[in-house]
Design a protein around this ligand. Structure first.
Ligand code: NDP
Length: 278
């Protein structure tokens, strides 16, 4: 049972990732960046999830390197952008990410979306970067079971993680079962459904019982289900609220009620649509 924001999950290569990290998608500009990331550090976040596509690696790198938190305490994830996929192009893009993030080594590097065209080439580049110790762990994002099976047919290193959309309206149980059997960790993006479920009546009733907000109940639900979770906010009071979830436990019955809200509703793109396009 997770007890603090410092709790970690051990990945299949032995690297430890905080279970509760901070997403930085759409965080742009110095003022927004400093306010949100420094607040996140202040309330205890040590894991930050960015991507080449978010165009804020430089900003994130600057703010984190200027903070008084030691590099060894931080865990930084980035992702190869769709238009940078391919062997040479991925190697070049990651070299740039290392510079922008001001890092000697990225903690976790993901392929942002599966690409039919560059499927094995991009992964081969990630394996090279891992073998050269420029990244501590490699994984994927937005992979369905059939993408993972295809990857396993030719890769030499297994992904440590699959980061996919997941929240109470999209619980992803079949994919989670598959990943658990494969010893690949499960990470939830848009864990709050990008705000879409923050007025849900069922969760609201549960929230009243625990004297917590809907967002707090949803993040706690993720953690108790074993998901790695990366909620995003630019609002200092919400950043604090989202971290303040370690003083209560959801009972099993309430977890089941939230599970039952699943209707396979996405807020983002479906992986197979992107897979065929890039
Ligand atoms: P989230 O589910 O984290 O929701 C973010 C939204 O919820 C924002 O509008 C935020 O508002 C609002 N919010 C946050 N906390 C609260 C709160 N306590 N009360 C009310 N509203 C709140 O969505 P994201 O799409 O940002 O996903 C999180 C992270 O996942 C991203 O930042 C990114 O790192 C990753 N991601 C990965 C993807 C991938 O393809 N691999 C795709 C999408 C996201 P505000 O900021 O205004 O406070």
């Amino acid at each position: 049972m997770t007890k603090s924001i410092n709790d970690v999950i051990t990945l299949n290569n032995g690297v430890k990732i905080p279970q509760h990290g901070f997403g930085v998608y759409l965080i742009k500009g110095e003022e927004e960046g400093y306010n949100s990331i420094n607040k996140a550090l202040e309330v205890g976040y040590r894991s930050f999830d960015t991507a080449q596509l978010y165009e804020n690696e430089k900003l994130v790198g600057k703010i984190l390197s200027e903070s008084n938190v030691k590099r060894s305490e931080l865990f930084i994830t980035t992702k190869v952008a769709n238009f940078k996929q391919g062997y040479d192009s991925t190697l070049r893009a990651v070299e740039q990410s290392l510079k922008d993030l001001q890092l000697d080594e990225i903690d976790l590097l993901l392929i942002h979306w599966p690409s039919k065209k560059h499927f094995f080439e991009t992964w081969k580049a990630l394996e090279k970067l891992y073998n050269e110790k420029l990244v501590r762990a490699i994984g994927v994002s937005n992979y369905e079971i059939h993408h993972l099976e295809k990857l396993a047919s030719k890769s030499t290193i297994k992904p440590v993680i699959n980061q996919v959309e997941c929240h109470p309206y999209l619980t992803q149980e079949p994919l989670k079962d598959y990943l658990q059997n494969q010893n690949i960790a499960f990470e939830a993006w848009s864990p709050l459904g990008r705000g879409a479920l923050l007025n849900n009546n069922v969760i609201s009733e549960i929230a009243k019982k625990y004297n917590k907000s809907i967002a707090q109940i949803v993040i706690r639900w993720h953690l108790q289900k074993g998901n790695i979770v990366i909620p995003k906010s630019i609002t200092p009071s919400r950043i604090e609220e989202n971290a303040n979830i370690y003083d209560f436990n959801l009972i099993e019955g309430d977890i089941k009620i939230i599970d039952s809200l699943n209707n396979n509703q996405r807020t983002g793109d479906a992986p197979d649509e992107i897979y065929l396009q890039i």
